[in-house]
Design a protein. Structure first.
Lengths: 370, 370
């Protein structure tokens, strides 16, 4: 197939890196167009693959690689082409969104819901890629390259999953008017590109906060259109097939056109890619939810707020619970204003060292998405 | 401009029918491509315009004509090309969605909110097209033609606006778990195509029920992808410009391609258009919210339910309020299961003729959108 002269186009739906990578590169080398749903392959080896395709003048189409049922690649590359993209925030892993939805709706623990999801086939036997954010980071890496004209840099993505998320944080978030979602976020900041996947508090009134179950949604902020949202099934045989067929039609329409007139693989021509760096997570500026267990004693809050103030971290909201009957420890929940992650990490270490603070501090990032 | 041989493409942003129609047809006759944001022109004269463009081998691009900031035309024509579209339901008029959002949030009357909206420039001095559903019907006509491969038939669209919507119906809907939105709905039914704009009760938990203010959203149900939703700004200078520029890029990419390889204007080639009829509103099957004011007297409900049962209209939910202190009349609110509109109209006439029923009956259509 990869060599036969009668074959113009190869569809790769094997998944994984090898032998998919060898097959795709060989098809390209033989002058064949490629349609693929392989997000891992593109996120990790996309630069090599697209360079080869560009040199050969063939197309590599990959709508099915990101949020299958949602034509988000087309929207980003073509529909929003007039926009300077400011940021993208997406629920792009159905398994983890299903688990979070069930945890919130039923008050069940992560472990309980995961076990059920595995029994029902919503989660794989080895769920690591889904629940630890790796799958979302693959998709985010691809969208980031399209949005900002940077090479694919999956290795520099920050990835934190939902496996350590506690039920009480979902409840406290709710009390404060927020939902917790596993978001993939990429943003053009002043000094670089943010590329991060992690549990995130978002205002409950945002449309994307109300995306439940295995559904996916991608929120794109363009400078001209403002916020736009794209919602649909992220996986499954039929939604994936829908995206593959749309790619087949696109490639067929464009294959007689001069390669210079086709939509570039990553929206930008290879010689226009920028070398803006991916920011280390410590350099990211965002807001934070902090939960700490403290002794119910005078001066505790003063010590904590002093440590925060010394690092220019200002507090947006706070809940201090009364200690449960017969206990002398209580929870303090703080929401901070936007601040540098590095400063928060430093403050957390200092607060954890206080003799009145018990356990480790829970830290969840927070985004207003407006 | 329309005749100059150096000009390849004309952008029409005049709005209205004339002189836009003459200009567009003349540009096409002279072999020029056209980019337009003119929904009224396309909904009313699209068949003539697209036939002329097809005969001349030029493109007419119109992403800006429907929900400016949302690349919905591209999603329908290209992204979902592998799908048989089952239905589309859209919030596609920002002014009326703003008014409904304010009425619900503040408990204000239609007239109050409209006056404020006019003062703030959100509604025009003559708001008829927006609040009576005409603007939404223009956009719906265009989407329907793309989704189902039928000619544009704006004249056959059923159009009912929000100007008679009462505050109490918004409150009763809320009590029953629904929101009222002005929806444009087009559906492929067994005997024809539904094409209708009217206030609609939709379950409050649906994402589209939570689209507030001037924002637009289009829910598209495809047989392969299932439900997908597209959300963004529907109007405004920058979102419209974003769509116009995307069209310019598209036309520029495709203009060297053989016309047979381009995306057809209405997704279907002209010789594939079907002559499936647009259904008269009486032939539409949907559910209904009925509010009636009745004397608080034995037998009233028996008479009403008998009239409904005789016409095979079954009841899904009912609220009967206690009469307010010192009054002997009360409100009955009924939600029906899916039934033929003609039967409901007939039942309403019979119920209104009962001596125990006061005032006219309020009837609002209802859609589950699943």
């Amino acid at each position: 197939m990869l060599a036969h002269p009668d074959i113009d186009l190869v569809v790769e739906l094997i998944g994984g890196i090898e032998p998919a990578k060898t097959f795709v590169l060989e098809a390209i080398a033989n002058g064949k167009h490629v349609v693929t749903a392989n997000k891992a392959l593109l996120a990790r080896h996309g630069n090599e693959i697209f360079a080869a395709a560009h040199a050969k003048g063939v197309m590599v189409a990959f709508e099915a690689a990101v949020a299958g049922g949602i034509p988000i690649i087309k929207a980003l590359r073509e529909g929003l082409t007039a926009n300077r993209i400011e940021w993208i925030a997406g629920i792009i892993n159905g398994t983890s969104n299903f688990i979070l939805s069930e945890m919130r709706a039923r008050g069940a623990s992560f472990a309980t819901v995961l076990t059920e999801a595995q029994a029902h086939g919503y989660a794989e036997a080895d769920p690591t890629y889904d629940i630890e954010g790796v799958d979302a980071a693959h998709k985010l890496t691809i969208m980031s390259a399209i949005a900002f004209g940077v090479p694919m840099q999956f290795a520099k993505a920050y990835t934190e999953g939902i496996s350590r998320l506690a039920q009480e944080d979902i409840r406290y978030a709710e009390e404060l008017g927020y939902r917790i979602k596993l978001l993939g976020i990429t943003r053009r900041a002043a000094t670089g590109i943010e590329l991060r996947v992690h549990p995130t508090l978002i205002p409950a009134r945002r449309l994307i906060a109300n995306v439940e179950g295995v559904m996916n949604a991608v929120l794109v902020k363009g400078d001209a259109v403002g916020p736009t949202l794209y919602y649909g099934a992220g996986a499954g045989a039929e939604p994936t097939a829908s995206a593959v067929i749309a790619d087949l039609v696109d490639v067929t329409r464009m294959h007689t056109a001069d390669p210079e007139h086709r939509v570039p693989h990553l929206a930008f021509q290879p010689d226009q890619l920028t070398d803006v760096p991916i920011l280390p997570i410590g350099d990211v500026v965002t807001s934070y939810y902090l939960r700490m267990r403290v002794d119910d004693r005078p001066g505790v809050l003063a010590d904590i707020t002093r440590i925060l103030a010394d690092r220019d971290i200002s507090i947006e909201a706070m809940i201090q619970k009364e200690p449960p009957e017969g206990q002398d420890r209580t929870d303090i929940i703080l929401l901070t204003h936007r601040t540098l992650e590095r400063n928060v990490v430093d403050a957390i270490a200092k607060i954890e060292a206080l003799p009145t603070v018990r356990d480790t501090i829970v830290r969840i990032r927070m985004e207003e998405l407006n």
